[in-house]
Design a protein. Structure first.
Lengths: 204, 594
């Protein structure tokens, strides 16, 4: 199942709104001016995701994931490579690190991931007028392959993934990450339906 | 719904049990709020750590109880929960959610460090309230902070070690190092004293955080006043706290400098003291063991670096002195050699002149003695004839002496040119001239070619043959053998088999041991079966006027061998003898093979 370029554009717009909210929340939270760049949104089949990610992220990733449910359900993951996670932690807490993410650092990444995921999923819920519920975010540091597998192994229905390249900009540094929203066929169809409805509403 | 078809979770008893656990046994805080943010439940953990009983807080608005939540703009977390959002709240970004006192009496943090999760309570698909979970992570954070400090400390020590090892002058590194350390320890002053070897006083080398006036006062410290630096008496770290209140005499200097707390350490490498360091602050504060440890390690590093530097300098100075001495020595030697050469030249000139000038009067003496014998001898009485005979002999002896001395001088003084000379020819000539009819002289030809001066070589061989013929056992006939061998390296051994001689020999001049690998030598032997020479005499006989015999039985001036030695030396060779008294002698001269 493919998404059209118009659908992709609408999706991008939606994510943008979510990101604006996330950037605001992050700025509030940390006291630093943080902005999130305009995302690039693409849709893939689930088995294409891991190889794609492995191309752009080397080694281990820090992943924050939240399961969401309701009329649209699936799994949302924010992925940062180790260097990005360390840098983000350093920039946000102003603490020197010994080159590895300690417990406190992991929590920081979890919170940041939580804020970004909440913002995007929340925006889905609000604007598409659907009720979405979330689980508590969980952090996993592992190889990309392992992360994707552990997320999809539970639910065979999950077939598609929206991959959104994300760039955080704070204190003259750029940190790159990936937001991956994994959905089943029904959810994706429903999402696209709701997307269309939203666009129609907007145009009127 | 029958009990059996209910899942365990749905059975009321089970639910009650679960709730009971959360109330009383959960190792974290659990708070529930209704949609108006009023506290519904407050578990045992919260009671213990907030110091408030559930009865006291139930029904109260959370923000009324903890107004700081609003001041810190955290109320959004709770309202978003009502909209269905779950929030994760990290200690690194916020420190704590609720201002609860830390569990242990620990001054590291003002409030308990917490990580929290805030989310909706959903019933029938809609949020009915909020649940808050609070986790105490103070212990963890304290340990992490300690680890971080240790990491920082290690970084400083690594930096110090690296820089101190790289430089050959540690004093250049100290300023940056001390600034780094002072900053890390949050001390506002530092002092570095170095021991002056000239007067054994401590001189201030680096100083930070002390006014110029005060600096002058402490610029130079005699060792007996340096107790507070740890470099007098028992040498070790000195820690001062609450110094301004102290009445201890030891603390007088730091007190005058306004230090409330300080750490001093001497710079010791083995038994050598190089100085001392002091880090201080004007704020009253405790001094930690880890800080003292840092300063101790640092002092050790610095002391070792200074010791190394000193050793280097001393080594260089020693080398320079040695070079100087060597040069002086060379000059002296050159000077002395020159003087010596001048003296020798003078002596040689003198001896030549004397010998030369003596010849005429001696010739006259000989001549007239002869005339006396020839013309008037017939008329002499036997006693008179005897006396005249003695006169004649003495005159001849004088003549021989001066002649030999002259020959010796000539050998020493004249320019000689070396050429390829046929030893065979020279030996043949020598035998022809000397005409030793009574002797049995055998030569093993060929003798080979040598690099020599023909005249000098002739003189040498003549003298050796003369000696061999002369010093025979009384009544026997001289038996002389002449041959040659080629020698090319050290430890030359004679190939001759008929050698019942002692091992003792004495070689003069250019020893064959010092021959270079390429240069070959020819050794010419003159062997006799004469009276032999004792080992003590063997040494002496090559000297001028020395004789191997004590008596007057044998003729000779004692200069013959001296001439051989000098001649051979000048031709770049050497000479020697092997001999056994009563058996015979084997003289040899060794010359370069062309």
């Amino acid at each position: 199942m493919e998404i059209t370029s118009e659908q992709r554009d609408t999706l991008t717009e939606l994510i943008n709104i979510g990101y604006a909210r996330a950037a605001g929340a992050l700025s509030d939270l940390t006291g630093h001016r943080i902005s999130l760049a305009v995302p690039e949104v693409n849709a893939y089949k689930i088995d294409q995701i891991a190889p794609l990610l492995q191309n752009v992220i080397a080694g281990e990733v820090a992943s924050v994931n939240q399961i969401f449910g309701g009329p649209i359900s699936g799994n949302a993951i924010l992925l940062l490579d180790k260097a990005a996670a360390l840098l983000l932690n350093r920039l946000l807490t102003d603490r020197p690190d010994a080159g590895a993410l300690d417990d406190a650092g992991r929590e920081v990444i979890t919170e940041v991931g939580n804020i970004v995921l909440n913002a995007c999923l929340g925006v889905f819920g609000n604007l598409l007028q659907v009720q979405v519920s979330f689980t508590v975010p969980s952090l996993q540091i592992d190889e990309v392959q392992q992360v994707i597998e552990s997320v999809t192994v539970r639910d065979h229905e999950l077939r598609y993934a929206l991959m959104i390249h994300t760039r955080f900009h704070l204190r003259t540094s750029d940190v790159s990450g990936y937001l991956v929203i994994i959905l089943g066929v029904t959810s994706l169809e429903r999402l696209l339906q709701e997307l269309q409805k939203w666009e129609d509403r907007e145009l009127n | 719904m029958t009990p059996s078809s209910c899942s365990p979770r749905q059975q009321p008893g089970f639910t009650r049990a679960l709730l009971n656990w959360m109330e009383n046994l959960a190792p974290y805080g659990v708070i529930t709020l209704n949609k108006d943010f009023e506290i519904q439940t407050w578990n045992g953990w919260m009671e213990k750590h907030a110091g408030l009983l559930a009865d006291e807080v139930t029904g109260k608005n959370l923000f009324t109880l903890y107004p700081s939540l609003i001041e810190r703009r955290l109320s959004g977390l709770f309202s978003r929960a009502l909209a269905g959002e779950v929030s994760f709240f990290s200690t690194a970004l916020h420190g704590y959610l609720l201002p609860l006192p830390p569990a242990s009496s620990d001054a590291s943090f003002e409030f308990m460090q917490q990580t929290a999760r805030i989310g909706p309570l959903i019933d029938g698909g809609a949020p009915v309230g909020i649940i808050i979970l609070i986790e105490d992570v103070t212990q963890r954070e304290r340990q992490a902070a300690t680890l971080r400090q240790q990491h920082e400390r290690d970084k400083i020590l690594s930096w110090a070690l690296g820089h101190l090892l790289k430089t050959d002058n540690p004093r250049r590194v100290t300023r940056d190092l001390f600034l780094k350390v002072a900053e890390y320890l949050e001390f506002d002053a530092y002092l570095l004293y170095l021991l002056e070897s000239s007067d054994n006083k401590l001189r201030l080398h680096e100083c930070g955080g002390v006014s110029p006036e005060l600096r002058q006062e402490i610029e130079c410290i005699p060792p007996q006043n340096s107790g507070w630096l740890g470099s007098w008496g028992q040498r070790g770290p000195v820690v001062g706290t609450d110094v301004l209140k102290s009445t201890d005499q030891l603390m007088e200097s730091p007190r005058r400098l306004g230090f409330e707390a300080f750490i001093s350490h001497p710079l010791m490498a083995g038994d050598d003291c190089f100085g001392a360091v002091c880090f201080a602050t004007r704020l009253a504060r405790p001094v930690l063991a880890s800080e003292v440890e840092l300063i101790t390690t640092l002092s050790q590093y610095l002391a070792v670096a200074l010791s190394r530097s000193k050793a280097h300098i001393e080594l260089k100075e020693a080398r320079d002195k040695l070079n100087e001495h060597a040069q002086e020595l060379e000059k002296t030697v050159a000077e002395r050699t020159r003087t010596l050469r001048e003296s020798i030249a003078e002596l040689e000139t003198f001896s030549y002149t004397v010998a030369h000038d003596l010849r005429a009067p001696i010739r006259a003496l000989s001549g007239y003695t002869e005339v006396l014998v020839e013309d008037y001898g017939a008329g002499f009485s036997p006693e008179a004839r005897k006396i005249v005979g003695k006169l004649s002999k003495s005159a001849k002896r004088l003549d021989d002496l001066t002649r030999d001395l002259l020959a010796f001088s000539k050998v020493s003084r004249e320019e000689i040119k070396l050429e390829e000379v046929s030893t065979d020819d020279v030996v043949a000539e020598v035998l022809r001239i000397s005409d030793h009819r009574e002797a049995n002289i055998s030569v093993r030809y060929p003798l080979g070619y040598v690099l020599a001066n023909p005249t000098l070589l002739e003189q040498c061989l003549m003298n050796l043959v003369d000696n061999a013929v002369k010093f025979v056992k009384p009544g026997s006939r001289a038996s002389v053998r002449i041959w040659s061998e080629i020698a090319s390296s050290a430890s030359f051994h004679s190939a001759s088999d008929s050698a019942p001689f002692t091992r003792s020999h004495y070689a003069l001049g250019h020893s064959s041991e010092s021959a270079t690998g390429n240069q070959k030598f020819v050794r010419i032997f003159v062997e006799d079966e004469g009276i032999g020479i004792s080992p003590e005499a063997q040494r002496r006989i090559f000297g001028i006027f020395e004789r191997g015999v004590i008596t007057n039985e044998y003729d000779g001036t004692g200069i013959g061998l001296a001439i051989v030695t000098r001649a051979v030396e000048r031709m770049g060779g050497s000479c020697g003898v092997e001999s056994t008294p009563g058996v015979g002698s084997r003289f040899w001269i060794e010359l370069k093979k062309p």
